[in-house]
Design a protein around this ligand. Structure first.
Ligand SMILES: C[S@@+](CC[C@H](N)C(=O)[O-])C[C@H]1O[C@@H](n2cnc3c(N)ncnc32)[C@H](O)[C@@H]1O
Length: 364
């Protein structure tokens, strides 16, 4: 079977770019940042380092890229002023796959640094930025050099489509109609990937270093649960409609599988404890509506709060993967149909993504 690599999000700043369609991820960062702030505050107060090395893994390119990092630096700066200490220096490493739009990030740095220095107190240390292209399922940094690792909405991506999912007929992810071997293949790929991730970060973090990871997951132990599979079952509906109209070949849909895994809290906990390098400080579950403007829609902001809006931000994430497999000719039609299907469902039922946030400390 061909091993499908995970492509980056839609780049640039156009209408369908990730930069313009990442408000849901921004909302999740805002909802969970108290956990990252708590972790970095503990790290700072316990060790009072002269320099703090922070890595954001799967940072993408857009308004979210520097958001968490700036909040973390502000948190440390607030504390050091309160405690009356000199400021540490901040070293920030921004990681994503090599195809990520690092140029756009680098170009935004001068204005970001200017803004940061106006927000930080007098005497704040320098914030030094570097880009680190590469997969987080491998080593990215020298041994014992990081104090803090953050990652949001990136670790549910697997390193590849699992092998052994060839018979996932009519589905594009784990689904209620998938055969048992498909669930097994997905879970085993997640286990392999996540354990490698933990081993690499354990090498790179200093003893007592902290890591806060947020990823899509599920509350249920059932991997075919609607809370993690429904969004892709609806996309499979759109694709299968197009198959029945002769617009896409059936084989093409049957051989397409999304390289993601949405674990349960106990699956995540099991991997961390099995690795043995980290202790768990917190494991939180939260949810966010598919329709992020639910109850707070303001027509003046120009955003669409219907199913087409939801399809648009899924498009910013999945389009490169779909184009690689199906070609670009069908993309507009797929997402138009997908938007229509989602629009119908969100008007009838509550639809939410489940987020898992785990905060861990590297053992000494
Ligand atoms: C949905 S974006 C999240 C971006 C940002 N953290 C946010 O919350 O808006 C997921 C990012 O993870 C990156 N990614 C996926 N697999 C990766 C890997 N193995 N190594 C590094 N980055 C990866 C993708 O390229 C993408 O930019």
């Amino acid at each position: 079977m061909e091993v499908v690599q995970v492509p980056c999000m839609n780049g640039g700043i156009g209408e369908t770019s990730y930069a313009n369609n990442s408000l849901l991820q921004r909302k999740v960062i805002s909802m969970t940042k108290f956990i990252a702030e708590e972790a970095i505050a503990n790290l700072y107060c316990n060790t009072l380092p002269r320099s703090i090395a922070i890595a954001d893994l799967g940072c993408s390119s857009g308004p979210n890229t520097l958001f968490v990092v700036s909040e973390l630096i502000k948190e440390v700066d607030k504390l050091r002023q309160k405690l009356g200490h000199d400021s540490p220096e901040y070293q920030v490493f921004l990681n994503d796959l090599p195809g990520n739009d690092f140029n756009a990030i680098f170009k935004s740095l001068p204005s970001f640094q200017k803004e940061m220095s106006s927000q930080l107190g007098p005497g704040a240390g320098p914030c030094l930025f570097s880009g680190t292209p590469g997969s987080f399922y491998g080593r990215l940094f020298p041994s014992n050099c990081l104090h803090f690792v953050h990652s949001s909405y990136s670790l549910h991506w697997l390193s590849q489509v699992p092998e052994g999912v060839d018979n996932n007929k009519g589905n594009i992810y784990m689904a209620s109609t998938s055969p048992p071997c498909v669930f097994k293949a997905y879970y085993e790929q997640f286990q392999r990937d996540f354990s490698i991730f933990l081993k690499c970060r354990a090498e790179e973090l200093v003893a007592g270093g902290r890591m806060v990871l947020t990823l899509l997951g599920r509350r249920s132990e059932d991997p075919s649960s609607k809370e993690c599979c429904y969004i892709y079952e609806l996309m499979a509906l759109a694709l299968n409609d197009m198959v029945s109209e002769g617009l896409i070949e059936e084989d093409k849909v049957d051989s397409f599988n999304i390289p993601k895994y949405t674990p349960s809290p106990s699956e995540l906990k099991f991997e961390v404890l099995k690795g043995g390098d980290f202790s768990i400080d917190r494991l939180e579950v939260s949810e966010v509506n598919w329709n992020i403007y639910d109850g707070e829609f303001n027509t003046s902001n120009g955003f669409s709060n219907d199913g087409y809006g939801v399809a648009k931000y899924v498009r910013a994430v999945l389009e490169p993967l779909l184009v690689t497999h199906f070609g670009d000719a069908i993309i507009d039609e797929v997402f138009h149909r997908y938007g229509k299907i989602i629009d119908d469902r969100i008007s009838k039922e509550k639809t939410q993504f489940i987020n898992l946030t785990i905060s861990v400390t590297k053992k000494g």
